[in-house]
Design a protein around this ligand. Structure first.
Ligand code: HEC
Ligand code: HEC
Length: 351
């Protein structure tokens, strides 16, 4: 796919100027190919703004109290601050840690187990889940159709298809949410500036560089490339959960084997480590509170569970041996993945 640069700012367009937001979608030069097909859903300023309004609107939940943004907070790279597992309408808890939302236009599939194959399909799950927004899509569409300002905004953003009874449809709802989420590109950390050779006020330090090199030796087989994930599903040796004994991870998607031996049991998506400093707590169920806990896990905590990734059991030795100095340097590197521009970008904030 060619480099996509979609710039929708037009100086003559007053409505854009008044809103004081303009957005262009640009593929960072150190990123891999896009996975989202923009030819099916052209990226426009209007769709971005509509998607953002929907993302922050409690109307998408049954009692009006929960929006997408309630669980996906910008200052934490759109994850849920301080929650191990996320609570939705009526404070009901789910079983998984909220994922950050970033660089989704480059992801092949979504959620911790990859059950969702297209970004446009993702919003249906939280809206209809009783532990999240506890609403039905039909009701959401009705509520939006009864709001004149939404009808106007949808009409400005989309063309109605002949088979659709109303401009506000499942398609237009999800396609606009996707354009807000696609715009959430995070690629301006100190690490990015360093690898792109950009001038930095404070140059990438020796400690950051040494941390990067330890990372490349010990972690990058799974957290690979500039998205810091090879987008596969693996078991990194967490103890089986007594709190959520039914959690099968990727096994839920690829098939269950009642004997407990299905090849994908207890595997989870290798997460991106971008903005990792602000997305605590960690792992699919948020069981590890700090980066120190994570590094200790790899060093001494890896369990020999079914389907443990062979990389974490080489020569019959469990885990990845890390000295205190390794850990210290790794932390410098991991911190350099924080993109302050992204987590403070006003274009993504609730109005
Ligand atoms: C109650 C908290 C909650 C709400 C509300 C919520 N989410 Fe999420 N979100 C989560 C959790 C938890 C996950 C991980 C789900 C899993 O692995 O099963 C997630 C995962 C995602 C992902 C996948 C990210 C990835 O990298 O694969 C996307 C996209 C997403 N949510 C978008 C949305 C949108 C859009 C809305 C609003 C319509 C929304 N979320 C509302 C908690 C929430
Ligand atoms: C064998 C593949 C593999 C290797 C090697 C590996 N990881 Fe992971 N990592 C994973 C998987 C899979 C998860 C998600 C596991 C889960 O939630 O159940 C993960 C989770 C994490 C998380 C939590 C991310 C989040 O959003 O919650 C951090 C931080 C992390 N790894 C850092 C590292 C570091 C640092 C190293 C090297 C010392 C490393 N990993 C080596 C596969 C790996």
């Amino acid at each position: 796919m060619p480099l996509i640069i979609i710039s929708t700012l037009s100086c003559e367009d007053e409505s854009v100027e008044n809103n004081d937001i303009y957005i262009s979608f640009e593929k960072p030069s150190n990123f891999p190919e896009l996975t989202y097909d923009f030819s099916e859903n052209e990226f426009t300023q209007q769709k971005f703004e509509l998607g953002k309004r929907l993302f922050y609107d409690g109307k998408l939940s049954s009692d009006g109290s929960v929006s997408c943004g309630s669980c996906h907070n910008q200052s934490n790279a759109f994850t849920h601050h301080g929650h191990d597992i996320s609570d939705g309408v009526n404070g009901v808890f789910g079983t998984r840690n909220t994922q950050p939302l970033q660089n989704l236009a480059f992801m092949k599939d979504f959620t911790w187990d990859g059950a969702i194959r297209h970004l446009d399909l993702q919003p249906i799950i939280p809206i209809e889940s009783e532990v999240e927004m506890n609403e039905t899509i039909d009701n959401v569409l009705l509520k939006l159709q009864n709001d004149v300002s939404y009808v106007t905004q949808f009409n400005e953003s989309f063309e109605k298809k002949s088979f659709e009874p109303h401009i506000i449809s499942l398609r237009t709802l999800t396609q606009s949410l996707s354009q807000f989420m696609n715009a959430l590109v995070s690629a301006n950390s100190r690490y990015d500036k360093y690898v792109r050779g950009e001038v930095m006020e404070i140059p990438y330090s020796e400690e950051e560089k040494e941390g990067l090199s330890i990372f490349n030796n010990k972690c990058a087989q799974c957290h690979s490339g500039d998205l810091f994930t090879d987008q596969t599903y693996r078991n990194n040796g967490l103890a089986l959960s007594s709190k959520f004994p039914d959690e099968l991870g990727r096994g839920r998607v690829t098939g269950e084997d009642l004997g407990g031996n299905a090849p994908d049991y207890y595997k989870f998506k290798v997460p991106s480590l971008r903005n990792i400093w602000v997305t605590f707590p960690y792992m699919h169920d948020g069981r590890l509170a700090t980066i120190d806990d994570v590094l200790d896990h790899y060093d001494t905590g890896v369990q020999d569970t079914p389907n443990l990734d062979p990389i974490l059991k080489q020569n019959e030795i469990l885990g990845i041996s890390l000295s205190n100095e390794d850990k210290r340097l790794l932390k410098f590197f991991l911190k350099s993945l924080t993109d302050n521009t992204f987590i403070t970008d006003e274009r993504f904030a609730e109005d």
